[in-house]
Design a protein around this ligand. Structure first.
Ligand code: NIG
Ligand code: FE
Length: 386
C-alpha cells in the first residue's frame, strides 16, 4: 500500500488526549501524520516525521478528522421551501409536512431517488463528511421502505429503518395496525438496516407505540436510536435510555431529570441545530448537557422539512454561537461525538490505527469554522478506502 506523509500542519486535532496538549481534541501544532490507503500509521511533530512514499506540504493549514454525520434523511424527492417560508413568517412546525415528502418520494423512480441522494451525499462529502448515517422514512409502506433502505445502502453502511416516522394517511384510523406493520413485515423487509429509529414526539408516535417498534427492533438484532423531544417532551428520553439507544436525537426540550438520565447512561445526545434554525425554534443548551457529563454529538439532520443542511461547518458555527459550546467541543461533537452516536471507534479521530479520514482546511485553525460562517473552508478531504 502507498504511504503518504502530510506535513507542515499548523494545527492538527486528533481527538485523542494522548497527543499534543492532552485535551479532548488532542491538539498538536507544527504536526505531521502518515497514512496508508486505510489507516493512520504515525502522528507527531513535523520535525520527527518519518519518510513515506508520497509527501504533501499542508503549508500551515489546520487538519481535523473527517466529520461523522450521524443523522440524515438523504433519500427523498421534492422540496418544501414554501413550508420553510411559512415558518419564517411565524407558522409553527408540526410533523404534518412529512406527508408531502412521502407523496413525492413514493412517486419518484429509483434512478431519480438515487441521483438526488447522490447529490446530497456528495455535497456533504465536499464539505468534509466522511461517515454518514442515512434513514429511510419517506415511503411508509413495506416495498417503499425496503426500497429506501436499499438506496441508502448504496452510499453507506450506517442505514437506519425509520418506518415509524409518522402514521401515513391510509392508516389514519388504525394507528395500532400501522405500528404492527412497522414492527413486523416492514421491519423484516428492511432487515439489512443496521439501525431502527422512531420519531417519538407529539404528532408522530407516543412512548407506547415507540416501545413496540424498539422491542421488535431489538429482538430482530438491530441497534437502536430515537428521535426525541424535538416538538415536546413526551417521555422519549427515558424510553431511549431504558432501551440503551446509541443516540437520542434532537433533545430540543430537555428537563433536569432527562439531563441526569443521559449523564448516567451510554446514550449520546445528538443535537441538530439546523432543525432549530429552520423551524425558528429555541436552541437547546449544549453547555448544560456537557457540564452534566453527557456525550454530545452534532449532525446535520439533512431533510427537506426541518433542516435542508449539508454543511457540518454551519452546524458547528450554530453550536458555538447559539448553544454555549466552545469550538473544540463543537468540532469534537461533529467528529468523535458522531462516531460515539454510531457506536464506532474507528472513525472520528486520528490516532494511530484509526481510519485515514481527514479534512484539510483553507484556514490555520479549526476555530475558523465558526469564526467565518458561510465560507467553505474545507479545502480537501482524504478518505480511507472502504
Ligand atoms: O429529524 N423529526 C422528524 N424527522 C425529521 C423531519 C422530517 C420532516 O419534516 O420531513 C427531523 O427533523
Ligand atoms: Fe431526523
Amino acid at each position: 500500500m502507498v504511504t503518504r506523509l502530510l506535513t507542515n500542519i499548523g494545527e492538527l486535532l486528533t481527538n485523542d488526549p494522548e497527543y499534543g496538549d492532552h485535551s479532548a481534541v488532542g491538539r498538536l501544532r507544527d504536526a505531521a501524520l502518515v497514512v496508508d490507503e486505510e489507516r493512520v500509521l504515525w502522528v507527531g511533530a513535523a520535525r520527527d516525521a518519518p519518510a513515506a512514499d508520497e509527501r504533501r506540504d499542508a503549508a500551515g493549514a489546520g487538519v481535523l478528522p473527517g466529520f461523522v454525520d450521524s443523522h440524515t434523511h438523504l433519500v427523498f424527492a421534492g422540496e418544501r421551501s414554501r413550508e420553510f417560508e411559512a415558518r419564517m413568517a411565524g407558522e409553527r412546525y408540526d410533523a404534518g409536512g412529512i406527508a408531502s415528502t412521502v407523496a413525492a418520494t413514493r412517486a419518484a423512480s429509483d434512478d431519480d431517488l438515487r441521483t438526488q441522494c447522490a447529490a446530497r451525499y456528495s455535497a456533504l462529502g465536499v464539505a468534509g463528511v466522511t461517515t454518514v448515517e442515512v434513514k429511510s422514512g419517506y415511503a411508509l409502506d413495506v416495498a417503499g421502505e425496503a426500497r429506501l433502505v436499499a438506496l441508502a445502502s448504496e452510499v453507506t453502511e450506517e442505514v437506519t429503518f425509520l418506518g415509524a416516522h409518522v402514521v401515513p394517511s391510509e392508516f389514519r384510523g388504525d394507528r395500532e395496525g400501522y405500528v404492527a406493520l412497522v414492527a413486523g413485515e416492514m421491519m423484516r423487509a428492511c432487515a439489512r438496516a443496521r439501525w431502527v429509529d422512531v420519531f417519538c414526539d407529539e404528532g408522530a408516535f407516543d412512548v407506547d407505540e415507540a416501545r413496540v417498534v424498539l422491542e421488535a427492533g431489538r429482538a430482530a438484532g438491530h441497534q437502536l436510536r430515537l428521535h426525541a423531544n424535538q416538538i415536546r417532551d413526551i417521555g422519549a428520553i427515558e424510553l431511549a435510555t431504558e432501551f440503551d439507544c446509541a443516540s437520542v436525537d434532537h433533545c430540543t426540550h430537555v428537563d433536569d431529570v432527562d439531563v441526569e438520565r443521559l449523564a448516567g447512561s451510554s446514550t449520546v445526545a445528538t443535537l441538530l441545530p439546523g432543525a432549530e434554525f429552520s423551524t425558528r425554534s429555541a436552541y437547546p443548551s449544549g453547555r448544560r448537557l456537557l457540564d452534566a457529563g453527557v456525550t454530545v454529538a452534532l449532525a446535520t439532520d439533512c431533510n427537506p422539512g426541518t433542516s435542508y443542511v449539508t454543511s457540518m461547518s454551519f452546524v458547528i458555527a450554530l453550536a458555538v454561537r447559539e448553544m454555549g459550546m466552545n469550538v473544540d467541543e463543537a468540532v469534537w461533537a461533529a467528529t468523535r461525538g458522531g462516531a460515539a452516536a454510531l457506536r464506532r471507534d474507528d472513525v472520528g479521530h486520528l490516532a494511530v490505527g484509526a481510519r485515514a479520514d481527514l479534512v484539510i482546511l483553507d484556514a490555520p485553525r479549526a476555530a475558523h469554522l465558526a469564526y467565518r460562517p458561510g465560507t467553505p473552508l474545507v479545502a480537501e478531504v482524504w478518505r480511507a478506502r472502504h
